[in-house]
Design a protein around this ligand. Structure first.
Ligand code: GAR
Length: 211
């Protein structure tokens, strides 16, 4: 993995998304404003042709591709995505609202090189609509997690978590909005940590190295 030293090759991100793309836009903004030195977006890939995040990538002039997953075998679709990522020399894959499970064969091609963001404090509330799950459960603390992807859903080693209180005045929507604001900070923080290369993974634990 390259890092953020100016004399090193940049860390090239491959962003996978399915929808709105606000996490992608937050990452792009962090790069633009110098908060992710030595990091660049190599390609944005959407599995849904009308994903707003894809339109944003196009408008920004970033390399992008749409590989429609609907109706395709998971392994076949993932093989196309992996080929596209490799064609663009991607170092680190960032799932940014990519609402599709990855096949084990795909994950094995990018060991500890796939990050996911999830809108809960894992291991609480994996799966869909995590913010609504947390609200309905009556959780007092909510938040988001950026983690490496392994073969289990919302499961791999955790890089960054950010927590917020659930307010008495919250509804599920306001809670999701406040979690999203934390997500936008957390993803940049996690990418910077991983791109630095100054860490090791011990079992399931991401451990930062002092250097
Ligand atoms: C985000 O809240 C992200 O955490 C969530 O989808 C949303 C995508 O928003 N991902 C998951 O729930 C994955 N399990 P965005 O398209 O605006 O980034």
């Amino acid at each position: 993995m390259s890092n953020s030293q100016p004399d090193r090759a940049p860390t090239r991100l491959g962003i996978l998304l399915s929808g709105r793309g606000s996490n992608f836009l937050a990452i792009a903004d962090s790069i633009r404003t110098g908060r992710l030195p030595g990091v660049e977006i190599a390609v944005v890939i959407a599995n849904v042709s009308d994903a707003p995040g894809l339109a944003a990538a196009r408008a920004m002039g970033l390399p992008h591709a749409v590989l429609v997953s609907k109706g395709r075998r998971r392994e076949d679709h993932d093989a196309g995505v992996a080929a596209c990522l490799k064609q663009h020399n991607v170092d680190l894959v960032c799932l940014a609202g990519y609402m599709r499970l990855l096949s084990p064969g795909f994950v094995a091609q990018f060991p500890h090189r796939i990050l996911n963001i999830h809108p809960s404090l894992l291991p609480a509330f994996p799966g869909l609509e995590a913010q609504e799950q947390a609200f309905a459960y009556g959780a007092k603390i909510a938040g988001c997690t950026v983690h490496f992807v392994d073969d289990e859903l919302d499961h791999g080693p955790i890089v960054v978590q950010r927590a917020i209180p659930v307010l008495a005045s919250d509804d599920a929507h306001s809670l999701a909005q406040r979690i999203l604001a934390e997500e936008h900070q957390a993803y940049t923080e996690a990418i910077a940590l991983v791109a630095s290369g100054a860490y090791e993974i011990r079992g399931r634990r991401y451990v930062k190295r002092n250097s």
